[in-house]
Structure formats: structure tokens, C-alpha cells
Design a protein around this ligand. Structure first.
Ligand code: G6Q
Length: 426
């Protein structure tokens, strides 16, 4: 599959594989959701400096604004769609894929489908039913979970963006971390250490959340990616034997690229009454030209870690306010507001530069960390019934929104919503 991906992506990148009107592809639109979106969308953005292929866009949401707004900017003759869906049945993805197909067929005719669509799926039959030729279907295996699938054909958009060689470097970086995880003694094993620290915070100290804070604009989607990786894997409350667990399992994961978060939610991390451990991520060298910006960014990153660790004592606040000449009454009123408890934990992941190999290592590091936590929590990190329930209920509800006569008795809250929705629709 990797070879087939390489051949195809180099064909598109070189202009050998073209649209039905003979024009080279300028834009690739990857349609997928969840595990079939977050990995490649995050990685394409992260590796922007290595991007020398066609422009890549990602459509996940079934909200028509996602696809519709994008199509306004594209030319069907030079657009290639990748439909990324392990099952090829996901409602959001199939709705978007059908609309994209109609967009192509309306302008270029039904025969254009074969040239302008590619499927990435384990379900060949469904992809063929959709109208794709078998040689435009890139497979993977049913044991590859969506959120762990960026390394597979699901990463085709990334390969098209950065090329086969850089994609190989991305895989090699991940492989290096895999080897480290397998071979390093436990006390030097990065995923194991991070996992155990996380379990200490979550299950023993009861900290509910943890923040991922990349001081790297290119990793802006990394928190969202990790949020799925962690919360979908370990957000479970029964153990592998089906018994209810008696301890907290996976934490709430959130984050934002630094320094933006500092001006938003860091307040709670510094002074809120919940302790939120943080992972800071920083490259020593930027992947852009402005070192001056990078030094400011780096200073902010280290300053935040320092502030969380050290805090600010009452005595320090008093001295500071006195130096500014405040009246003692005012100082006493202000002191409690300006004290920082400190001793708030963080990890600092400092790396040389965000290149493809480094990104591969980073992702694999977190994958193994989450795996270790799943083993210790004794939960099944590889199912996601929470996602499935939503899928089932939405499928049952859709006919009731299409036609109010279809409304069967639901609970009072849901049928009330459906009635009000119908009444409000013009
Ligand atoms: C990931 C989850 C979920 C899945 C999507 C898309 O681990 O299983 O996010 O990736 O629901 O599923 P399909 O790839 O089957 O469309």
C-alpha cells in the first residue's frame, strides 16, 4: 500500500496524473472525520515548510458550510477528492462525499468521477459502489483504529503535500520512538515515564484535566489531535473484564498554541482551584525565518513553566507592591489576589526542530504513553462505543427531521426539540 501511495502521490505531484480535462491537480480535498481527519489535517499543517505538493484542504464537519465554503474557492477541473473512511459508511463523510461527487459530475460529467476521486478505506465494495475504480482505492487493515491511522493510507494527503521522502522520514521518526519504547529500560523510557506521571496526577491526586501547550504555531491542531487520541482511547469506566473501575481513568485533554492560550485560559492554570498539569512543547530552532520572533516565543514558554513551578509568595507580592509605593491598606487588600501557589506541574518537551522525523517521534511518543496508561488503567483503549451511540441515534433521528410525520414517541426532551425545530423552520 505504501508503494502504491508513493506512485500515486508522485504522479499527482509531478502532473503525470491529471484531471479528466488534462489539467494538473492544484488542490486536494480530503473528506473524512475523527480519526480519518485529525491526523493528516494536523500533520499537513505541522509540516507546512516541507509542503511542495498541491494545496491540501480538509473537510470533516457535515455542516454544509465546511464543504460549501471551500468549493467556492476551487475549480473542479483541478481538484482531486480523497474520501477517507475506514468503514465507508460514516454519515458525515458520505454526505460530504456525495455532495462533492455531485459538484464534479454536474460540471465534468459522470465519467470524471474515476479521475477526480480516490478512496482510502477498508471497505472496497462500498468504495466501488460509490463509483470508484479499484486502482483508486487505497486499503488498510481493520485492526488499524482511526485515531492511530495517520501512518497508513489515511496519511495519503500528507504524502501528497510533503512527498514520498519526507513521508518516509515521518514514518522513520515514529519507528525510532517505537524502538525506544520497546528497548529502553523502564526508568529511561519516555512514554512509560510520561504515562506514569500522568497516572499519578489523574488517579492518585485526582487532577481532572491536563493541557497540551505547543509553543509552535505549526502544531496548532496538535491539542485537538491528542484530545481524540487520549480521550477516545482512555475515556472509559469499565475495565477489560467489564467491571466498573473505582479510580479516575483518562483525563480531560485540552490546549492551544502558545502564546495565545496565555491571554485566555492560563489564568485558571495559574490561580484556579483545580490543578492542571501541562505539557509544553518547544523547538529550539524555528522553521521560519524570524529568529527574533522565536526568541520571544521561547522566553514566554520557559516563563510560563517557571511561573507554574515557582509561583509568587505573599512576601514577594508585598515587596513588589511596596516598591511601587502602595499604601499598606491597599497592599493588604491586593496581596491574596496576587499570590501564586506554585508547585503546579509541567513537562517541557524541547526538541531541535519540527521536521517530519520529529513530528513522527512526537506522535508515537503520545501513542505509546496512552497505550501504557490504558494497560495500567486496565481499560480497552481501542474501542469507542461513545462515538457509535451518537452515530446510531443521529441515523434514527434524521427521518424525523426530514418529515415530522415520522416522529415516533421519543423522550419528552428530544421530541420537544424536534417539534420546536419543525415549528421554527421557515
Ligand atoms: C477513531 C474513531 C473515529 C473514526 C471516525 C471515522 O479512532 O473510531 O473517530 O475514525 O468515526 O470513521 P470512518 O473512518 O469509518 O469514517
Amino acid at each position: 500500500v505504501l508503494q502504491a501511495m508513493g506512485l500515486f502521490s508522485e504522479g499527482v505531484r509531478s502532473g503525470r496524473i491529471r484531471g479528466c480535462m488534462g489539467r494538473a491537480f492544484t488542490d486536494v480535498v480530503s473528506i473524512g472525520i475523527g480519526g480519518s481527519d485529525l491526523g493528516p489535517a494536523m500533520a499537513v499543517r505541522a509540516l507546512a515548510p516541507y509542503h511542495d505538493g498541491p494545496r491540501c484542504h480538509f473537510v470533516a464537519n457535515v455542516d454544509g458550510a465546511d464543504l460549501g465554503d471551500l468549493l467556492l474557492r476551487l475549480d473542479p477541473e483541478t481538484t482531486l477528492f480523497l474520501v477517507v473512511s475506514k468503514t465507508f459508511t460514516t454519515q458525515e463523510t458520505m454526505t460530504n462525499a456525495c455532495s462533492a461527487r455531485a459538484w464534479i459530475v454536474d460540471v465534468l460529467g459522470a465519467a470524471a468521477l474515476q479521475d477526480h476521486f480516490v478512496a482510502i478505506s477498508t471497505n472496497r465494495e462500498k468504495a466501488i459502489d460509490f463509483g470508484l475504480s479499484p486502482e483508486r482505492i487505497f486499503g488498510f487493515w481493520d485492526w488499524v483504529g482511526g485515531r492511530y491511522s495517520v501512518w497508513s493510507a489515511v496519511g495519503l494527503s500528507l504524502m501528497m503535500a510533503i512527498g514520498e521522502r519526507s513521508f518516509a522520514a515521518f514514518l522513520a521518526g515514529a519507528h525510532a520512538m517505537d524502538r525506544h519504547f520497546v528497548e529502553a529500560p523502564l526508568h529511561e523510557n519516555m512514554p512509560v515515564i510520561m504515562a506514569l506521571i500522568g497516572i499519578w496526577y489523574r488517579s492518585f491526586l485526582n487532577y481532572p484535566a491536563y493541557a497540551v501547550l505547543p509553543y509552535d504555531q505549526r502544531l496548532a491542531r496538535f491539542p485537538a489531535y491528542l484530545q481524540q487520541l487520549d480521550m477516545e482511547s482512555n475515556g472509559k469506566s469499565v475495565d477489560s473484564a467489564g467491571a466498573t473501575v473505582s479510580y479516575p481513568t483518562g483525563p480531560i485533554v485540552f490546549g492551544e498554541a502558545g502564546t495565545n492560550g496565555q491571554h485566555a485560559f492560563y489564568q485558571l492554570i495559574h490561580q484556579g482551584n483545580t490543578i492542571i498539569p501541562c505539557d509544553f512543547l518547544l523547538a529550539a530552532n524555528p522553521t521560519h525565518a524570524s529568529d527574533a520572533h522565536h526568541l520571544v516565543l521561547s522566553a514566554n514558554c520557559f516563563a510560563q513553566a517557571e511561573a507554574l513551578m515557582r509561583g509568587k509568595t505573599e512576601a514577594e507580592v508585598r515587596t513588589e507592591l511596596a516598591a511601587r509605593g502602595g499604601a499598606s491598606e491597599t497592599i493588604e487588600r491586593l496581596v491574596p489576589h496576587r499570590v501564586f501557589g506554585g508547585n503546579r506541574p509541567s513537562n517541557m518537551l524541547l526538541y531541535r526542530q519540527l521536521d517530519p522525523a520529529m513530528l513522527g517521534r512526537l506522535i508515537a511518543l503520545y501513542e505509546h504513553k496512552i497505550f501504557v496508561q490504558g494497560v495500567v488503567f486496565d481499560v480497552n483503549s481501542f474501542d469507542q462505543w461513545g462515538v457509535e451511540l451518537g452515530k446510531e441515534l443521529a441515523t434514527l433521528l434524521l427521518p424525523m427531521l426530514v418529515d415530522r410525520q415520522q416522529l415516533t414517541e421519543k423522550d419528552a426532551s428530544t421530541s420537544g426539540l424536534v417539534h420546536t425545530y419543525h415549528a421554527m423552520r421557515s
